[in-house]
Design a protein around this ligand. Structure first.
Ligand code: SF4
Length: 294
């Protein structure tokens, strides 16, 4: 069992390190599409710099952005996965190893005394979101949440009377002001629900969905907001251009008749979200980076 624990820890450490250096297929494809469609020479030059950045990260085996974020895991955990009861410790140890080997910038600072742990772990860090599912395998998302992009999210509980118009206004206001702290083009996650916490969590989960996949209940709404945000003309790096966003993803829950909660999470062009499937025998498949191995 110790050998299996060691094997899984090493695999997940390599997975984290890999995800800091290589963008997922869907994000790369979207950036290529936006570069092709861009009509401004300055914006095209910025996309060229982005792709040069990606080439150099691969060539030099270095993270593709200096802010490697705080590590967040979203686990769909098979209830019969053999190492389930050790998984929390394994994830923590994997973060410590990836911090050394990638290397990742140590970003975990104690809330009040501001002491940096030096290894990207600390109280509730890495953050782990658990979803038990039937079966023997695991699906594990890792998300490198940067200090300028998805960490400074936003959540607000409106009244039903204020409703959808006020929610939309808040989204446009945030994206056109504070969200420019994140390097555009942006991935916009909108969560809708009953409370500040459910809406915030759904907005983050919206960022996990692959670009190109629509919420089957709200495809037109996602597209309309996307088109509206693109008309603002933020462009890559915020220096104007055709596209402000890579996509808008909405996840919704039911709400209480008295509440209308909105959550907003923003991903940047360096959207380091990776997904791996791990079997009970510890074989793996990278679902976000097809054909790649760790
Ligand atoms: S917003 Fe994204 S690309 Fe820009 S510095 Fe932060 S992590 Fe890096």
């Amino acid at each position: 069992m110790d050998a299996d624990r060691e094997r899984l820890t090493g695999l997940i450490a390599r997975f984290i390190s890999f995800s800091s250096k290589y963008l997922p297929d869907d994000v790369t494809a979207k950036l290529e599409e936006l570069r092709r469609a861009e009509s401004s020479p300055r914006a095209r030059a910025i996309y060229d710099a982005v792709f040069r950045n990606l080439e150099l990260a691969a060539e030099l085996d270095r993270p593709l952005c200096q802010d490697t974020g705080l590590i967040q895991f979203f686990v769909k955990a098979g209830t019969s996965f053999p190492l389930l009861d050790q998984l929390e410790g394994i994830l923590r140890e994997a973060v410590i190893r990836a911090t050394v080997h990638a290397p990742l910038r140590p970003n975990a600072v104690a809330f009040f005394d501001e002491k940096n742990s030096g290894d990207n772990t600390g109280r509730f860090t890495p953050w782990i979101d658990w979803e038990p599912v039937p079966g023997e395998g695991l699906k594990l998302y890792v998300y490198l949440a940067g200090g300028g992009c998805s960490l400074p999210g936003f959540s607000r509980v409106l009244t039903p009377l204020e409703g959808w118009n006020a929610a939309l206004e808040a989204v446009f206001e945030r994206v056109s002001t504070l969200a420019v702290n994140a390097c555009p083009p942006l991935l916009i996650g909108i969560g809708l629900g009953s409370s500040a916490d459910t809406a915030a969590k759904l907005s983050k989960k919206a960022l996990l969905r692959f670009i190109g996949e629509r919420n089957p209940r709200l495809p037109e709404l996602e597209k309309e907001i996307e088109e509206g945000l693109n008309r603002i003309g933020i462009g890559p790096s915020g220096l104007t251009g055709n596209a402000s966003v890579m996509a808008v993803h909405i996840e919704e829950a039911v709400r209480h008749p008295a509440t209308f909660a909105l959550g907003l999470s923003v991903g940047c062009w360096a959207h380091r979200r990776a997904l791996i499937e791990i079997s009970a025998g510890l074989d793996y498949r990278l679902l976000s980076h097809k054909g790649k191995t760790l």
